[in-house]
Write a new protein. Structure first.
Length: 420
RNA sequence: GUGAGUGUAGCUCAGUUGGCAGAGCACCAGACUGUGGCUCUGGCUGUCGCGGGUUCAACCCCCGUCACUCACCCCA
């Protein structure tokens, strides 16, 4: 192979590209029902945006970003996630200012320099949504219900929704301190990785799959016991609203998210038994992010992102075969190719999916191609018929071929139901 | 970043103790006249990932390298 895609990047070919398009169309439709409108932000942002939003000490920022210095000496980064850009754009433009909550969704590629494996690419794609301007628990529930409805509608089965609250700056420090203390006392029982991350990110220890860590942290303090009054009320209200929205969920007080900006509600849709990449979609509330990025006032917000590759992987193959042609034109001699070409152009212009062979192959070969194209009708342009101003009109399903005036055939074909 | 596995025709893959690179599918052409599917006959296609080494001889053994896949880490 002389040239290939860059590592971790993939071409998306038909018919797979058609499955992508169908999924995106479905997402747009669901989003529209909930009042979310599309936003398209640049793939490139100042490095500082992601460093501040995602968190300086996260793996994403520390070692996974595609960062480079452009010709003017500025450090730019190809986006590793969507929320930071959307928040930045929201603060820049204030769409819908003064009109209540703002709902935005996006679809597009993200880039992280990781080792590729199943369900994880360097260029991967997310469909996400962000709801700005309210910290009402109903906003959390609505956002999650939207996501749930979309996933179920897409045909995903066996998903489970896990939710948690990470508290806020009022109550999280106390829990953090308590957990750190708890883990310090059990240092010897933890795996090597966890001993390392105990100091830096103690929450992550709770998420460790190593058996010894699961055992060691079995009775670890739960964040939910440390929530302050407002956070506790919020979480309870979210649970209530989810229940009334008919969205099943379970609490997972050990759930950890990979980005620093989350607070209060976090959630994940997971598929049991999918291995390490079992999270299909995830999100949470990020009430402090706008201010962290320099916004003047507090903008409460909640959002999620769906991993498109993972979702498609879970949905499996099938569906979306390439659409068959409506009609295939054949000629008995290459002298008739100009006539056939003219008619094909005329049919396509009229919205008919018409195809033909340009290579002057044998009639038999043209029919073989017609058959493979899936065409329902073959139009035979023959010398004999031509002398009578007629064409052969063959129904490929039953093999019945009749000779009819050329214009009559064209009229019939134009009557074929159009797409869209 | 760490570890393991795999790279052979357009695709899926065989290839024995080292001895002239194969199959199926696909594709092309035929099987009395100008007609598809089924069947039959014939035909085309290779940098055996790349670079070294061992050998009379390497797809096969050795070293290196790249790519892909899977797992770890982390994440959607």
């Amino acid at each position: 192979m002389t040239l290939a895609t860059v590592r971790g990047m993939k071409d998306i070919l038909p018919p797979e590209s058609e499955r992508w398009a169908a999924l995106e169309a479905s997402f747009r439709s669901h989003a529209g029902r909930y009042g979310f409108r599309e936003i398209r932000t640049p793939l490139l942002e100042r490095t500082e945006l992601f460093a501040r939003a995602v968190g300086e000490t996260t793996d994403i920022v520390e070692k996974e970003m595609y960062t480079f210095t452009d010709r003017s000496g500025e450090s730019l980064t190809v986006r590793p996630e969507g929320t930071a850009s959307v928040v930045r754009a929201f603060l820049d433009h204030r769409p819908g200012a003064g009109e209540g909550p703002v709902r935005l969704f996006y679809i597009g590629p993200m880039f992280r320099h990781e080792r590729p494996q199943k369900g994880r690419m360097r260029q991967f794609h997310q469909m996400g949504a962000e709801l700005f301007g309210t910290d009402a628990p109903y906003a959390d529930a609505e956002t999650i219900a939207f996501l749930h409805g979309f996933l179920v509608g897409a045909g995903l089965r066996g998903i489970s929704l896990e939710i948690n609250s990470l508290g806020d700056p009022e109550c999280r420090p106390a829990y953090h301190a308590r957990l750190t203390e708890y883990l310090a006392a059990r240092d010897a029982e933890l795996c090597d990785d966890c001993r390392r991350r105990r100091e830096r990110n103690p929450l992550r220890v709770l998420d460790c799959k190593a058996e010894r860590c699961v055992r060691a942290t079995a009775d670890a303090p739960s964040i939910l016991d440390f929530l302050c009054g407002p956070c506790r009320d919020h979480f309870a209200a979210v649970e209530g609203a989810l229940a009334s929205a008919g969205v099943p969920f379970s609490r997972n007080p050990r759930m950890v998210r990979g980005l620093d900006y989350y607070r209060r509600t976090t959630f994940e849709f997971v598929i049991p038994g999918m291995g390490a990449q079992n999270t299909v979609a995830a999100g949470g509330r990020y009430d402090g992010l706008a201010q962290l990025l320099g916004g003047k006032e507090r903008v409460p917000a909640i959002g999620f992102a769906i991993g498109v590759e993972r979702l498609l992987m879970l949905l499996g193959e099938g569906g979306a075969a390439s659409p068959p042609a409506d009609v295939f034109l054949v000629t008995t001699s290459s002298a008739l190719l100009p006539d056939a070409f003219r008619r094909k152009m005329e049919l396509v212009a009229a919205g008919v999916r018409a195809d033909m062979d340009y290579e002057g192959r044998s009639l038999k070969s043209q029919f073989r191609r017609a058959d493979r194209s899936g065409a329902k009708v073959v139009l035979v342009l023959g010398e004999e018929e031509g002398r009578r101003g007629a064409v052969g009109y063959r129904d490929m399903a039953n093999g019945i071929q009749e000779e009819i005036p050329a214009e009559e055939a064209m009229r019939r074909l134009r009557g074929v139901p159009k797409e869209g």
